[in-house]
Ligand binder design. Sequence first.
Ligand SMILES: Cc1ncc(COP(=O)(O)O)c(C=O)c1O
Length: 470
Amino acid sequence: MALHRRVQEHESDAELEINPVYVQEVSCEIPRFRISQRGVLPRTALQVVRDELILDGNARLNLATFVTTWMEPEAELLMAECSSKNMIDKDEYPQTAELEKRCVNILSALWHAPSGSDAPGCSTTGSSEACMLGGMALLWRWRARQGADGRAEHPAGRPNLVMGTNVQVCWEKFCRYWGVEPRYVPMERGRLHLRGPQAAGQCDENTIGVVAIMGSTMDGSYEPVLEISHALDELQAARGLDVPIHVDGASGGFVAPFLQPDLVWDFRVPRVASINTSGHKYGLVYPGVGWIVWRDSAALPDDLVFNVNYLGGQMPTFSLNFSRPGAQVAAQYYNFLRLGFEGYRAVHQACQDIAMHLSSSIAKLGPFELLTDGSELPVFAFKLHDDVTGYSVFDLSERLRMRGWQVPAYTFPAALEDTAVLRIVIRNGFSMDLANLLLDDLRLHLRVLEHHPQAQLPPEFQAKRVSFSH
Ligand SMILES: Cc1ncc(COP(=O)(O)O)c(C=O)c1O
């Protein structure tokens, strides 16, 4: 949600014009920034709002977002039927609550929760909320440890969370909102994400946990959860610090079980306390659903869970919001049922084939260096070779937009701020044909830029042009 500020009434464009062809109503008023005195007919309202929204981008050409932009008509129908259901009202909608429970079960099995564990979990509005909940559980457990050490009255210091600078902004938010010190491990040439020794090197007795990302928003690469865990085991052996891991599997939580089933990153790693994912990314549901699962009840402190009875029945909840749409949860269950393991694998495999075809073709174009190739998430990042001058990745991103392609260009975080990249996210619905059309356009725009180089912009301006979406 963007933060909006009040627009004052005297602005010249305070009212919307409406096209008389659409409208049978005479002299209806459509103010932009305040509520009208009288309403309008449904068709008029529909037409006016639709007209404005045609200016939004074309989702099929959006290679910036990880979020689902296509679902099949049956899923859309189901979502429309469920759009009035409130997820929190588990007494009124017990079957929606049942579907949520089944989805948590399916995910905990896909992520190898230990047998016999109750693996508590829930749906959320997305990974950001799920990460907040995961972070809070780590913070509460650290506080409890302080108490157990008899240090609650005299806390040893501020709690901290260890992660790479490549984390998604939700972790920065978590730290700021809950007064936790973010301990960032900078990126460096040849190491674009967190590794074991660097993670362990930042930990001390006030570390609430380490965040490992599957995979990085910056370039789609997976952080080596097992290696990080081994480094933390060594730390524990040397200094007695027992630091849990939260895996941010916003994208990879729904990819790795299907495409890299032998990669050990989930609850098979004993130090992994919790895992989140976005149902609305590679879970293939329209925006509005995330998931979090804890290894067992011990990983989720009791006093974070609220029991409310005023909707009828006893309902344990752990969430930041109260009311939330139920349609996405129904759609998530629909996808599990509709696709099954093989279906999810096939969809993600198709995305990966296209990502790897595109990345290898882009590498052959000449001016680019691949930083990742789409073999982990179907996502890859590439930069211009250091000796390419006269235009930047920002120029290329802008030119691609002329044809509707959204390919974000941005600079990496600390300490690689001087590295500017383009990133391509391949999602369900982006075909091999579209990939080849994109390649044709890339070739064309490269020729244009090579023959008509852009004026070199000062670095401060380039930083302002960062266009980054997820
Ligand atoms: C690694 C990672 N974590 C968290 C998030 C936030 O996810 P959501 O948009 O579902 O809140 C993202 C979004 O791109 C992400 O890539």
